[in-house]
Design a protein around this ligand. Structure first.
Ligand SMILES: Cc1cc2nc3c(=O)[nH]c(=O)nc-3n(C[C@H](O)[C@H](O)[C@H](O)COP(=O)(O)OP(=O)(O)OC[C@H]3O[C@@H](n4cnc5c(N)ncnc54)[C@H](O)[C@@H]3O)c2cc1C
Length: 455
């Protein structure tokens, strides 16, 4: 007899997981605590409420979110299908009327004959069946405590202080140099890319940083004393004194610029951020600067004049697990194969990435309930690459990640020009995904416009 699939959280990941599992014949119970118990950011009782922007990213497949949208459509995503129904004119982006979107997702879920929606807060994981935990970045405190009990206190993070990530290929290596502080790195040539600053360049950068606009913190972030603990944004450090950064993220000690043979006045270090070495993060540069301001100010750092930002720095409340330590690429907990984690809680950023991880978790929950082996996605497609990243990156450096082309394995042949390269990577991603769907028997809707119901 098939076991029940329990899904905790009726957000983007939870609704997609519920739909996928039920569409494959599983009996699903979906738990959502709203409207009885609200989060600090949601305003309604609708399922799949978009908490901030109403854009699900680009429609173009040579953009990270656009490729993800195309993949999810092929896989029969409910979220993408409803988003396309509720779309608003927004140039190249998939922007939605947020109320129509959330209302329609709620209607589809409640009308599904195999989904039972239970409006209550879950405080302990169900003892039977298969469970998908998709309670999001604002997971209730009681459930967070249960997750800590299950995974260990040092495996659940409550706040995100993210440094920007740039494409390694966009760093000017005519200025930056490779080295490890005190030559203590693992690689002989050095583990870090170092951007050296003269005293005048440092002063100019500091003035721009001090004058830059920041994002206003929301009430629940501003009022929580844990928010900035131990992880000050770079602009807050700079406000403590004009030389403070020289003893913090811009300290030059232990580094010699091979071009001058001297220790620079200040140094910004970039650390490799993915296995392929195509991305790197600005060390110690967690920031709350507005996104265009980050690009303007950080491009003043010598060597980053033409840096391509694939992720901006952010500071916000965000509950997420240490996915590299805890999760398998099937999204099952390593310690408990009948518990899967999806959405922001798994360390995936962005609406469509959250929905996509729910999609895989839903497929796998239905397979586990039926006694079948769970599936892994190929890493050549964007969703597979994103899940591979969160489950394989070094745990110490782990921060939530969103879809971007730096996650995909390089092409066999060299393609000149970024757009052409991204188009070739996208074409390969969709080809590989189609072949995978065929091989494992995963069928989606017709390009997601009407998600198929599989009995
Ligand atoms: C303030 C804020 C703004 C954001 N803005 C954006 C943005 O503009 N663009 C973007 O792409 N991403 C944004 N994100 C990141 C992320 O993409 C969204 O939060 C996204 O909604 C996460 O999807 P999810 O399904 O993981 O969680 P959610 O959509 O938050 O769904 C989780 C659900 O679980 C419920 N829940 C929580 N605890 C329990 C419990 N114990 N029992 C039962 N139900 C529970 C919640 O009520 C919620 O409905 C933002 C995040 C935050 C916190």
């Amino acid at each position: 007899m098939e076991r029940t699939v329990h899904i905790i959280g009726g957000g983007l990941a939870g609704c997609e997981a519920a739909w996928q599992a039920a569409s494959r014949g599983a009996a699903v119970t979906l738990y959502e605590m709203r409207p009885e118990r609200m989060t600090p950011a949601h305003h309604t009782g609708w399922l799949a409420e978009l908490v901030c922007s109403n854009s699900l990213g680009s429609n173009l497949t040579d953009r990270g979110s656009g490729l993800l949208q195309a993949e999810l459509a092929r896989l029969g995503s409910l979220i993408v299908a409803v988003a396309r129904e509720a779309r608003l004119p927004a140039g190249g982006a998939l922007a939605v009327d947020r109320e129509t979107f959330a209302r329609r997702v709620t209607e589809r879920i409640t009308a599904h004959p195999r989904i039972t929606l239970v409006r209550r807060e879950v405080v302990a994981l169900p003892a039977d069946g298969v469970t998908v935990v998709a309670s999001g970045p604002l997971t209730s405190d009681a459930l967070a405590a249960e997750l800590v009990r299950l995974t260990g206190a040092d495996r659940l993070f409550f706040f995100d202080a993210m440094a920007p990530i740039v494409e390694a290929g966009s760093v000017d290596m005519g200025i930056a140099f490779r080295a490890s502080r005190y030559a203590r790195g693992e690689r002989e040539e050095g583990d870090y890319l170092n951007c050296p600053l003269t005293a005048a360049e440092y002063e100019r950068f500091l003035d721009a940083l001090l004058g830059a606009e920041t994002i206003a913190l929301r009430g629940f972030e501003r009022d929580d004393p844990r928010f900035f603990e131990g992880c000050l944004p770079v602009e807050a450090l700079a406000r403590r004194g004009r030389r403070t950064l020289l003893f913090g993220p811009l300290r030059p000690v232990g580094l010699t610029d091979p071009r001058t043979g001297q220790r620079p006045f200040a140094v910004v270090q970039l650390r490799q951020d993915n296995l392929a070495g195509t991305l790197c993060s600005l060390v110690g540069f967690q920031t709350n600067l507005r996104w265009p301001e980050q690009e303007r100010v950080f491009r003043l750092i010598p060597g980053l004049g033409r840096a391509e930002f694939v992720r901006h720095g952010q500071m916000h409340r965000n509950t997420f697990l240490s996915a590299p330590t805890l999760l398998r690429p099937t999204l099952q907990l390593r310690s408990s194969q009948n518990v899967l984690v999806a959405g922001q809680l798994a360390g995936i950023e962005g609406y469509l990435g959250n929905a996509g991880s729910g999609l895989l978790a839903g497929i796998n929950a239905s397979r586990l309930a039926a006694g079948e082996a769970p599936l892994e996605l190929p890493c050549e497609c964007m969703l597979g690459a994103l899940i591979r990243y969160i489950t394989h990156v070094a745990p110490v450096a782990f921060q939530p990640m969103k879809a971007n082309f730096g996650l995909l394995p390089p092409l066999g042949e060299a393609v000149r020009g970024k757009r052409l390269r991204f188009q070739a990577l996208a074409a390969r991603a969709l080809r590989v995904l189609d072949a995978w769907c065929e091989r494992v028997g995963v069928a989606g809707g017709r390009d997601g416009s009407s998600p198929a119901v599989h009995s």
